[in-house]
Design a protein around this ligand. Structure first.
Ligand code: PEP
Ligand code: MG
Length: 764
């Protein structure tokens, strides 16, 4: 039996809850005299009384993911500091694990219920637990219980969540608990630390690190005058809209253009979302000051984000995070972020595209994210701006202080905090080498791409955003060998209207002028999600309903895109290729759709002069249909990313397999060599796109087996050109032929090819 239960309150309450009253009383306690434990005891009493609950308990997260009972009204006193639950254990542990409230009329019936005799809690049927969240992290759980079975009202849930937020600040500020009892382990300030993450865009940055979106939490969270806070919110929202509009109108951003601009416009729409602003206003009416209300809604958003696996929805929620920062700055009367060093690495949990562009204008040298995927809006923009990005560096923000020295090695997906002097010197030398190399490479721009023994090679770009088009001029590439049409759609979060889509393709074609561009039709599915079109969840998405398969099953989608492509290239040559073709029959079906659209475009006088149709060779089954395939296409392009994963049955994104199967092995090179022979015999132009071509050693091997056109990410053009200018192709081709044909184990030939290059002065 509990020793402090209050049977007179056993019946379900029905009275109105006043979060403002609760908060005002809490504030009195906090400001008053007494020890930390006394205050905590008073606070749980007040909450219990106001929610007419027999029990109110606060659990605090301790090191090692242990939740410890720190104060209770209604459970046995002896349980305080004795009752401990692991995160995930019991109802309280579930609330912490899921970072969301649990409202249970019959707690004991819940599968997670864990009975703790020392608490005497079997006497209580119903339970409401809410996470105590700070900066999106659970730091404790606040729970109320009643004897009677009852469902707590939305108002009660809301009140308890608001109170939990205030408690979070108290716990973190150390006002109620000695600092050593708070469950965080602070890293020693100057200790070198390494964070491993995902390489989202390569490069190297050595600079002080700045944390984005970490604002000082206001100490006094309770509003004296809610109407005044609502007015402040309204002014701040208006100011934020003005600032966003000004940014969109800013001529300085004109060069951003295209999809990135559309990303920003989508973002502006999210900013006007009344649901989000309404939730903040609601929290103010509940008794919080405007800043605390923004933080509270942001904490909920972050907590929800952790539960959501759908990449698209996560991206939208991330945009709200960006907007919350803007709103806080407006509330603080500041127009932009603090004073920044001239060059800096930015650390963020997540960041929006608009903020990224602003930081870029102020000296952004690198970006490191606690979350973030290759298709996060900001990452797409960062790639186009050539800012190195590492994602997935967990717990980074809590470990750094503004201005800490850091090295971002985005090629290896690594951040070094407080690097030792020797490490720093090594990286500085590497950076210097890189700068010198880049400067020298720029001189290669206008030199012909030809091997030392005079074999011309076509070097093409892989692109996906209008922002990428500038690379044509920078690198002097011969054209675009792969335009991934889905990337722009993913950046904007959906399909544009037909007119906009046509205009985008026209700008690509214009930018290329006389140079060719190979448009690839939508390649969504797998790891590339688009709302309304991708399958919800599949066991094996890479082998699933994706790419051309979707286009053939939803011909309207495919035909619409083909129409936009035809109109965009009216009067010129359209080169279009279909991804993930598995059978020649599929290709014919796709071609038939193209022919229908072309006939219509001709009737309307909006057709290209010439249409060349290609297939991507990514699915191995095509290799056994070559005679028919080569009769059905005008060109072929090997998608080496997918082809390699399907040949070796090895997920292209799985780091654990990255070293096991090598593109530079006899099975891969032999099949590609046979493909080259077949294409040459049939007179069908062949190229290879995919990331492999950007690496000089791989490009060397491709030339050795007969490829004469390679499409690659822009960063590959100069290194590959530098390599081929040092290459005598004929003897290398002989060497490679005998190496691959004499191999019997299928293992990597990388070492042998590298040794040949070294011995013959080939720059790889
Ligand atoms: C490929 O698979 O090699 C390719 C170029 O397509 P994506 O990387 O877009 O799947
Ligand atoms: Mg592919």
């Amino acid at each position: 039996m509990p020793d402090r239960g209050n049977p007179s309150q056993a019946s379900a309450p029905g009275g109105a809850i006043h979060p403002r009253r609760v908060l005002a009383r809490l504030r009195q306690v906090m400001a008053g005299p007494g020890s930390a434990q006394d205050k905590l005891d008073r606070i749980v009493q007040i909450i219990a009384a106001d929610l007419v609950a027999e029990v109110c308990s606060l659990y605090v997260l301790r090191p090692g993911e242990i939740l410890e009972l720190f104060a209770t009204e209604g459970l046995r006193r002896e349980a305080v500091r004795n009752t401990r639950l692991r995160v995930g254990e019991g109802i309280v542990g579930m609330v912490a694990a899921q970072a969301s409230a649990l409202n249970l009329a019959d707690a004991a019936a819940h599968p997670a219920f864990a009975y703790r005799p020392e608490t005497g809690e079997e006497a209580f049927a119903s339970m409401l637990g809410v996470p105590v969240l700070r900066s999106g992290r659970v730091v404790g759980v606040l729970a109320v219980q009643n004897r009677a079975r009852r469902q707590y009202s939305d108002d009660e849930v809301e009140t308890l969540e608001t109170v939990a937020m205030v408690l979070a600040e108290l716990v973190a500020a150390g006002g109620l608990l000695p600092p050593e009892e708070i469950g965080t382990v602070e890293a020693s300030a100057a200790m070198p630390r390494k964070f491993e993450g995902a390489a989202l865009h390569g490069g190297l940055a050595i600079a002080p690190i700045i944390a984005h979106g970490v604002t000082e939490a206001p100490r006094d969270l309770v509003a004296d005058d809610p109407q005044a806070e609502l007015d402040r919110l309204e002014t701040a929202v208006a100011g934020m809209h003005r600032a966003l509009d000004a940014m969109l109108a800013d001529q300085g951003l004109a060069k951003v253009g295209g999809e990135s601009r559309e990303v920003l416009e989508t973002f502006r729409l999210i900013a006007a979302d009344q649901g989000w602003i309404g939730r903040i206003a609601e929290a103010i009416r509940g008794g919080l000051i405007a800043e605390a209300a923004v933080e509270r809604v942001r904490a909920e958003t972050r907590a929800r984000m952790r539960q959501i696996t759908d990449a698209y929805i996560r991206e939208r929620l991330a945009d709200l995070e960006d907007l919350a920062n803007r709103l806080l700055l407006q509330l603080a009367g500041r127009a932009g972020p603090e004073v920044l060093p001239p060059r800096f690495i930015l650390a963020a949990r997540r960041i929006g595209p608009a903020e990224l562009i602003e930081y870029h204008a102020r000296g952004l040298a690198g970006l490191v994210l606690e979350e973030g995927s290759p298709f996060t809006h900001a990452v797409i923009v960062a790639r186009a701006l050539d800012v190195p990005v590492v994602g997935g560096c967990r717990d980074l923000l809590q470990s750094l202080a503004p201005g800490d020295s850091a090295i971002l090695d985005a090629d290896e997906g690594r951040l070094l905090l407080h690097p030792e002097d020797e490490v720093r010197q090594i990286y500085e030398r590497a950076a210097e080498h890189r700068r010198a190399e880049r400067a020298a490479w720029a001189d290669l721009r206008d030199l012909p791409a030809r091997t030392r023994d005079g074999v011309p090679v076509t070097l093409l770009l892989n692109a996906g955003l209008l922002l990428d088009l500038e690379q044509l001029r920078i690198t002097g590439a011969d054209g675009i060998g792969l335009f991934r049409t889905e990337i722009g759609f993913m950046a904007r979060g959906g399909f544009p209207d037909m007119e906009t889509e046509t205009a985008i393709y026209r700008r690509v074609a214009d930018a290329c002028g006389e140079k060719p561009v190979l448009f690839r039709t939508l390649d969504v599915g797998g790891d590339k999600l688009l709302p309304g079109i991708s399958a919800d969840s599949e066991e094996n998405p890479a082998l699933g309903w994706r790419s051309l398969r979707i286009g053939l099953d939803r011909p309207a989608v495919l035909r619409r895109q083909l129409r936009a492509l035809l109109h965009a290239t009216a009067g010129r040559t359209l080169r279009v290729m279909f991804p993930m073709v598995a059978t020649v029959a599929e290709l014919r079906e796709a071609r038939a759709q193209l022919d229908r659209e072309r006939a219509q475009a001709e009737r309307e006088g909006r057709a290209p002069e010439r249409v060349l149709v290609g297939a991507m060779l990514e699915v191995p089954s095509l290799l056994w249909q070559l005679p028919a395939l080569l009769k059905s296409v005008d060109f072929l392009s090997v998608g080496s990313n997918d082809l390699t994963q399907f040949i070796f049955a090895a997920d292209r994104g799985n780091v654990a397999l990255a070293e096991r199967y090598d593109f530079l092995s006899a099975p891969m090179l032999n099949l590609l060599a046979e493909l080259v022979s077949a294409c040459n015999a049939a007179g069908v132009p062949l190229s290879l796109c995919g990331e492999a071509g950007a690496r000089p050693l791989e490009a060397l091997a491709l030339l050795g087996i007969g490829f004469r056109a390679i499409s690659m990410p822009p960063t590959g053009i100069f290194p590959v050109k530098a390599m081929l200018m040092t290459l005598d192709l004929a003897p290398f081709a002989d060497f490679l032929r005998s190496a691959r044909l004499s191999d019997s184990g299928g293992a990597s030939l990388r070492g042998r090819i590298r040794a040949y290059a070294r011995d013959h002065g080939i720059r790889v």
